[in-house]
Design a binder for this molecule. Structure first.
Ligand code: OSB
Ligand code: MG
Length: 374
């Protein structure tokens, strides 16, 4: 299949409700979509880079420029037999994983559509139903948070994850546990703590948490390995795992007992599968993280979550939790036992809502090649 052109576009989409983590509050998203044009077939993917360089150094403007000036030109005019052969074509660019993932995943999408195969099967998936959890941000009050948890539990979600930071942690966890002693509960610090907070972090052991996600620096493995030895609670690494080699180091050092797989953070499906396979070999369970995706990224997360070592509920929740109207149809829905079933239909099983995408687009550019080449 030959890559003829790549279109990038930016959409502005307000969130139904603000989403707050230890690094800040978002009221909406600037969504970067990539369309790969391959001999009459279009592949679509979403770039999960944020509005600012807060989760990682990448943000929408670096992703836009990196795709336009380097990644798309490296691919245009090239042919490939399988999408997994394409990361090699982009490997001259260091880092910029979220930009790379958007391009690579658009090619997987095109590959699945061309071969008339379900994307999940092309990725090597085996599970026909995936388990869903929710991630709940920091709220204006404890009462607001408890109310949200109540709503999500009633919808059937199998695991509740709450965002924590100094000042919004042990007291909040104690209240949740008091009310729901048995639910599957975890927390995510997004790098809000330091090793000097050890005595404070030990208190998290009182709440029978499934895990604490990314307590220390976003690029650290070694300090997490020291912390894991001091805590009963399992550490799950998110930000620190940017490639399979990081997972290998984290497992060898005992820096975590669980790994969160985010396809954007890992630079695309190929590396995400490599992390999955490595963790499986070492009996480390994985789960699929989320980045407040629209239905396009969400559908890709669902497909990836069918791989056999996705043994814990992921942050893969319904479109309506975030969006007034999603840009795919049908919208992504979660059934009452907290699951999403995958279908045998070709591609992702979700269609692009072109009119709505056009309406929400604030800028677009098509790269046709012959300009800069890598
Ligand atoms: O760390 O998992 C995270 C959202 C933005 C940035 C980082 C994270 C998150 C989430 C949201 O937790 C999960 C979701 O998309 O539902
Ligand atoms: Mg996280």
């Amino acid at each position: 299949m030959k890559v003829e052109a790549v279109t990038i576009r930016e959409l502005r989409m307000p969130l139904k409700h603000f989403f707050e983590t230890s690094f800040g509050r978002s009221e909406g998203r600037r969504v970067l979509l990539v369309t790969a044009h391959c001999e009459g077939v279009e592949g679509w993917a979403e770039c999960v880079a944020g509005d600012g360089p807060f989760f990682s150094y990448e943000w929408i403007e670096t992703a836009w420029a990196t795709i336009r000036d380097f990644l798309a030109p490296a691919l245009i005019g090239k042919s490939f037999a399988r999408a997994k052969d394409t990361p090699a074509l982009m490997s001259r660019v260091r880092g910029h994983n979220m930009a790379k993932a958007a391009v690579e995943n658009a090619l997987w999408d095109a590959d699945a559509r061309t071969k008339q195969q379900p994307l999940w099967k092309l990725l090597g998936g085996t599970l026909k139903e995936i388990a869903c959890g929710v991630s709940i941000g920091i709220q204006n009050s404890h009462e607001h948070l408890l109310k949200k948890i109540e709503t999500e539990l009633a919808a059937g979600y199998q695991r509740i994850k709450v965002k924590v930071k100094p000042g919004w942690d042990v007291e909040v966890l104690a209240k949740i546990r008091q009310r729901w002693p048995k639910i599957l509960l975890s927390c995510d610090a997004n790098s809000a703590y330091r090793p000097t907070d050890l005595d404070h972090l030990r208190k998290f052991d009182n709440f029978n948490l499934l895990m604490i996600e990314q307590p220390l620096w976003d690029d650290d493995i070694f300090q997490h390995s020291k912390l894991q030895k001091e805590l009963k609670t399992s550490i799950c690494l998110d930000e620190s795992i940017r490639q399979a080699r990081d997972a290998e180091a984290a497992i060898a050092l005992g820096a975590c007992r669980i790994i969160n797989i985010k396809v954007g953070r890992l630079g695309g499906f190929t590396e995400a599968i490599a992390v999955h396979d490595l963790c499986r070999k070492h009996s480390i369970p994985v789960w699929c993280g989320g980045m407040l995706e629209t239905g396009i990224g969400r559908a890709h997360n669902i497909a990836l979550s069918t791989l056999p070592n996705f043994r814990l509920p992921g942050d893969v929740s319904a479109s309506k939790r975030y969006w007034i109207e999603d840009i795919v149809e049908p919208e992504i829905e979660v059934s009452p036992p907290g699951t999403i079933a995958v279908q045998d239909t070709p591609g992702t099983g979700y269609e692009i809502k072109r009119h709505l995408i056009e309406k929400l687009t604030v800028r677009t550019e098509t790269i046709r090649g012959s300009a800069a080449s890598v």
